[in-house]
Design a binder for this molecule. Structure first.
Ligand code: FAD
Length: 623
């Protein structure tokens, strides 16, 4: 059965009016029906709260970022649905620093277009960034397109129970994609593709920019990675084969040349559908909480409370079908908590009545950690990016004694799991052990990417070696700090609480030093702090203590938060079932990065577009 089939789109108006009864006794019913027919100006994008007052929607989506844009566009393909997507930020689609890929530094420091969620860690103020505005983080991100190894997605199904596999999710990732094959000119530079891995009819344009770096240093950098740590050259970073190093494509408009026009979830899924009469994107507005039906059984969302600013009026908008949380991995669990879904201790503290006891909400946060090393020299990269050389390095690429390393990791799993539970970052020790064992098999048996090396140009020096641990074992948490969508959530990623995560980060930094040495470039002081002195070289490319201090003083967040509303069995701390539906509810879903149960060895967007496409299908099919 489809959701919300009682709602009529504007296109049905003339025949509906003819069908309405004329007797005065039916006038209140007539009023109800007319109330549900909503009219608006030609654009689906508005910041006018009046556009949704006194209206009922079949679906209300909270957050118009990656997942929210996909789900709203797909649900509104059915003219019998009426979809409202609520976005905290504004319509930033034509902002210069959003449009042009080379404005990355500018847009990520633009307060209007970012949430800087404020965690503290290791005595440092470290924020986790997320995009704010239509398209969410895809309107500010680095545009890199890579996908996780096949075995990792299979493991989500086999080990965690999501029902996913590479074979099942690849068609959804392809459905989102419109790949533009590289020209011969770009191919000669090393831009390649595996046609079996790419979609060519989807809304999200992906390809290699004509401004691709052409300098010979880029291929030398790639060869230095292969020759130094053994990461092989691969054809394509999107066909599920790892480890490997290659040029990587971007979400960039084909033919946009020097303008390097960004393709975001907003330009791909909102702009082409703006004329739909059954779709509204309401900007500058936050989803505060769900109001519930009084009936018994699974909790049923009746309306969603919205607000435009901290002192603004509350507006309750009725929903006949489903509510979809798509506010990202930090804000979606907060929206559920403010709605009374979560653990009783937290909700009691906030003065919120518990509707659904669900301890996993906001737990299991995974966030990756990045260290940026720099070097001067190597020659002109000849181009202006975006940088597109990425290596996924395996444990064998990084550690010479990986069987000893495995033993060390396995010996510590119990302690890591217990510490996550003790810190309130995980619900079940056994579930954590299940996740960690899955990671161990992926890392050691399947040689999945353990570290990403993002080869940058011009940041932090002529050559950049930005490295991050892709598969952290540390787990953190997110919780509302006040009974308001305008409160700052408490975000505690518990970086490096699993000691292995620090070992990986240190080994990655050492590997970059060796690669720079092979390239013959002059390593600048890691962390570009002249007073710091860096980490002196030595037989092991710098001693453990030196690297430890440097990593802890200089690391930053990668801005890839995940897993705070995991898809997993409820007893394992799962928040959504395999249909993306929140346990204990009949019509509330989560569709964004929160549902991914563990970190992945890739940039997130290509994978998340596939997950959101899958979520849209599941929500369409749900009763
Ligand atoms: C700086 C940065 C660089 C990145 N670089 C890359 C990259 O190069 N390649 C890649 O693949 N991935 C990259 N990513 C990651 C990727 O873009 C995100 O993982 C992805 O967009 C997450 O999708 P989402 O739907 O979960 O959340 P988002 O896309 O972040 O969308 C969430 C939306 O919800 C809105 N919102 C929040 N709270 C509320 C509320 N209460 N009410 C209403 N709306 C709300 C937000 O404003 C936002 O629009 C990057 C991310 C960042 C932040």
């Amino acid at each position: 059965m489809k959701l919300g089939t009682a709602i009529f789109a504007v296109g049905a108006l003339p025949s509906l009016i003819q069908a309405l009864p004329t007797s005065s006794s039916s006038s209140s019913h007539t009023g109800d029906v007319l109330n549900q027919i909503w009219t608006r100006a030609s654009s689906a994008v508005t910041s006018d709260l009046n556009a949704v007052k006194d209206k009922t929607f079949s679906h209300i989506v909270i957050g118009c970022g990656l997942a929210g844009s996909v789900v709203s566009a797909r649900l509104s393909e059915d003219s019998q649905n009426s979809v409202l997507c609520v976005e905290a930020g504004s319509d930033t689609r034509s902002a210069d620093n959003v449009v042009h890929a080379y404005s990355y530094g500018d847009v990520t420091s633009d307060e209007e277009k970012n949430f800087k969620y404020p965690p503290t860690a290791n005595g440092r103020e470290l924020s986790v960034s997320a995009g704010k505005g239509l398209g969410g983080s895809t309107s500010i991100n680095g545009l890199a397109v890579t996908r996780p190894p096949q075995s990792q997605i299979d493991a989500f199904g086999q080990d965690i129970g999501t029902g996913w596999s590479w074979e099942m999710l690849l068609p959804y990732m392809k459905k989102a994609e419109k790949f533009d094959p590289p020209s011969d000119d770009l191919k000669a530079l090393g831009a390649d593709w595996d046609p079996s891995a790419h979609g060519t009819d989807g809304p999200v344009a992906v390809g290699y920019p004509s401004t691709l770096y052409r300098g010979e240093i880029i291929n030398r950098y790639s060869e230095a990675i292969t020759n130094t740590v053994g990461t092989p050259h691969i054809q394509d970073s999107n066909n599920g084969v790892q480890p490997g190093v290659c040029r990587t494509p971007n979400t960039i408009l084909p033919g946009s040349g020097d303008a390097q026009t960004r393709v975001s979830a907003a330009t791909a899924y909102i702009t082409p559908n703006e004329a739909r009469k059954n779709l509204i994107f309401l900007t500058g507005t936050r989803g505060e909480r769900i109001n519930w039906d009084d009936g018994s059984g699974d909790a049923k969302a009746q309306s969603v409370r919205l607000r435009q600013d901290e002192d603004g009026e509350f507006v309750d908008v009725p929903v006949s079908g489903a509510v979809v949380a798509a506010s990202g991995a930090i804000a979606s669990p907060v929206f559920l908590q403010l709605s009374g879904i979560g653990s009783s201790g937290l909700l009691d503290d906030l003065g919120i009545t518990q509707k659904v006891p669900l301890d996993g909400v906001g737990k299991h946060l995974t966030e990756q950690t990045m260290s940026s090393l720099g070097a001067d020299g190597g020659g002109d990269p000849d181009g202006n990016g975006p940088s597109g050389l990425i290596a996924y390095m395996s444990v064998d690429n990084l550690f010479s004694n990986s069987s000893d390393v495995r033993e060390y990791v396995e010996d510590n799993l119990d302690a890591y799991a217990q510490s996550a539970v003790d810190a309130g970052a995980a619900v079940s020790k056994n579930a954590m052990l299940k996740q960690f064992k899955s990671h161990v098999a992926g890392i050691f048996d399947k040689q999945e990417g353990l570290v990403e090396l993002f080869a940058d140009n011009g940041y932090p020096s002529d050559r950049g070696g930005l490295v991050w641990n892709l598969l952290p074992f540390s787990r953190g948490s997110v919780s509302a700090s006040a009974n308001s969508a305008f409160g700052n959530p408490r975000v505690d990623p518990r970086y490096f609480s699993a000691s292995w995560d620090l070992d990986v980060q240190i080994e990655a930094a050492r590997a970059v030093r060796r690669i720079f040495q092979a390239l013959g470039v002059d390593e600048t002081v890691p962390g570009f702090d002249a007073g710091n002195g860096g980490v002196p070289d030595g037989p092991q490319n710098g001693d453990y203590q030196g690297w430890k201090e440097w990593v802890l003083n200089k690391f930053s967040s990668v801005a890839h938060p995940m897993s705070t509303c995991m898809m997993a069995p409820r007893e394992d701390g799962g928040v959504v079932d395999n249909d993306f539906k929140v346990y204990g509810t009949s019509n509330v879903f989560v569709a964004d990065a929160s549902v991914v149960p563990m970190a992945i060895s890739a940039h997130l967007q290509s994978f998340l577009y596939g997950v959101a496409e899958l979520a849209a299908d599941k929500i369409k099919d749900s009763a």
